[in-house]
Design a protein around this ligand. Structure first.
Ligand SMILES: [Zn+2]
Length: 273
């Protein structure tokens, strides 16, 4: 009997040690905000029908880098790095913003010692050009994208991603590393497969990166739906889903294109932990 108890205890000790170690070293430990462009739009009402018609609006365009013990994840890739070489930026068409880039995503990664080949996952909120501009900087990284977005053909009929790019097509929420620290949340409406990201940081707490579920704070607070969204009811349901998650997780809402909010945030090389 005595010997058996010792054996059971010895078997338990490594498990206990492992549990303690996991608690002491959180698997996700850094969230960087990267400057992936600034947009100048001629008319805010592109996103807020009937409100501030004809009033210009400047928007941020952020990318995010998340460091996890299992590897790096990039969330959204901004407008193309090529825009950094255009002195007058990339002109907008039909009311879309003119984009400027003061530095490339590649240069910002280099500054913090991260190589594109270090990136394990690239997850994008949706496939508009200001979010997928640098997906091919990471040809080896697995794309995490909703099937409804991936399979949504461009007006030209061509695919939205290179068919050879490794992909995990998702059909709902997805726990990226299997430990609940980084979770993709399905929030359709802006586009058919729009998604958001919930990140649980050890010190800063939970942060919800909402992509373009809302474009800026005033639109979020008033639940305004841009006319160009693919589905109004889905958009409103997704906003409610986000509001519920914020409450459940005591999470901060980070709105990608909200320039005043972005200006208050730490940007790389600084980070949130
Ligand atoms: Zn956008």
């Amino acid at each position: 009997m005595k010997l058996a108890s010792v054996a059971v205890l010895s078997a338990l000790v490594p498990l206990l040690v492992q549990a303690t170690a996991t608690q002491a070293e959180p698997a996700v430990d850094r969230l960087y905000v990267l400057d992936c462009g600034i947009g100048h739009a001629p008319d805010q009402s592109r996103w807020s029908p009937g409100v501030n018609v004809g009033v210009p609006l400047d928007v941020s365009d952020n990318c995010y880098l998340i460091r996890h013990a299992q590897g790096y994840l990039v969330w959204d890739t901004g407008i193309s790095d090529a825009v950094a070489a255009m002195p007058d930026g990339q002109p907008g068409q039909n009311g879309s913003p003119t984009w400027h880039r003061s530095k490339t995503l590649a240069a910002q990664l280099q500054e913090i010692g991260v190589k594109p080949s270090d990136i394990k996952f690239v997850a994008i909120s949706h496939t508009h050009p200001d979010h997928i501009g640098n997906v091919e900087l990471f040809p080896q990284a697995t794309l995490l994208v909703q099937a409804h977005e991936y399979d949504w053909p461009l007006p030209s009929g061509s695919p939205r991603f290179k068919p050879e790019h490794p992909v995990n097509k998702l059909n709902d929420d997805y726990d990226v590393f299997g430990d609940g620290s980084v979770t993709i949340i399905s929030t359709p409406g802006h586009t058919p497969g729009h998604q958001s990201l919930l990140v649980k940081l050890p010190h800063s707490g939970a942060v919800l990166l909402s992509g373009d579920a809302a474009h800026f704070k005033d639109n979020w607070e008033n639940r305004r739906v841009p006319a160009l969204n693919t589905d109004k009811d889905q958009t409103l349901a997704s906003m409610q889903r986000i509001a519920d998650l914020l409450a459940e997780n005591h999470a901060q809402l980070w709105i990608n294109h909200d320039l005043p909010q972005s200006r208050q945030q730490k940007h790389a090389p600084e980070f949130y932990d």
